[in-house]
Design a protein around this ligand. Structure first.
Ligand code: ADP
Ligand code: ADP
Ligand code: ZN
Length: 214
């Protein structure tokens, strides 16, 4: 299964991704996670990406596309993959199509998680992420058993630098301008699966897995 998760910042892409990849046994490719990992390790790529991420802007296409191209060529992607947060521009979508065409493959579905702005702000502002394993929590909607500590690995939970209100507002604006056109792009290809992201985490997953089976 080759899948893409589309949706505004804070919609719940990462949360759904972690359940979908377990169900389908495919790798979870999150470009945001790849950048955050590079920032943590202090790489050149991390330094460049951070400048954009801290401002709520997209990292330039040329930096993102080559990473994804290399990643989907790896052996563990032979049986499929889930892209989370990529593509984010029509030009990235076209680059992905070209690459998949080159290796005679196509996408199976593009899952579009739709959530209104008020909820996005609440979700992003309360998001907490594990420093060690990357697991995502929410202080109100999906809290860890013990405050500030990851349930699975006991790692420390932190708030992402770009989850402050001004930066989230900016990211939503960038999403509307640069990413939303991809909904049309994939609708025309007959790949879009629209999901109401205002529902609970379990209900959304239920809907997605039903539609993928059907
Ligand atoms: P994205 O990857 O789209 O930015 P996340 O999966 O990180 O979004 O979710 C953003 C925040 O909202 C996290 O704190 C997560 O725990 C919480 N969350 C995700 N899905 C839901 C949901 N359906 N209902 C309530 N909170 C949710
Ligand atoms: P969210 O889960 O809130 O949607 P991500 O973790 O996917 O956020 O992305 C965080 C930031 O990383 C983005 O605001 C952007 O700066 C950068 N980024 C991630 N993926 C891409 C991409 N495909 N193209 C450009 N920038 C990206
Ligand atoms: Zn953890």
């Amino acid at each position: 299964m080759r899948l893409v998760l589309l949706g505004p910042p804070g919609a719940g892409k990462g949360t759904q991704a972690s359940v979908i990849v377990r169900e389908y046994n495919i790798p979870h490719i999150s470009t945001g996670d790849i950048f955050r990992d590079n920032i943590k390790r202090g790489t050149e790529l991390g330094k460049k990406a951070k400048e954009y991420m801290d401002k709520g802007l997209l990292v330039p296409d040329d930096l993102v596309v080559s990473i994804v191209r290399d990643r989907i060529a790896e052996a563990d992607c032979k049986g499929g993959f889930l892209l989370d947060g990529f593509p984010r521009t029509v030009s990235q979508g076209e680059a992905l199509d070209e690459e998949l065409e080159r290796i005679s493959l196509g996408l199976d579905k593009v899952i579009n998680i739709d959530v209104e702005k008020e909820i996005l702000l609440q979700r992003a502002m309360g998001r907490r992420v594990c420093r060690d394993c990357g697991a995502t929590y929410h202080v109100e909607f999906s809290p860890p058993k013990e405050e500030g500590i990851c349930d699975t690995c006991n790692g420390e939970l932190f708030q992402r630098e770009d989850d402050k209100v001004e930066t989230v507002e900016q990211r939503i604006k960038v999403y509307n301008e640069q990413t939303e056109p991809l909904i049309d792009y994939y609708t025309r290809k007959g790949l879009i699966l629209n999901v109401d992201g205002s529902k609970s985490i379990d209900e959304i997953f239920e809907k997605i897995s039903q539609s993928l089976q059907g």
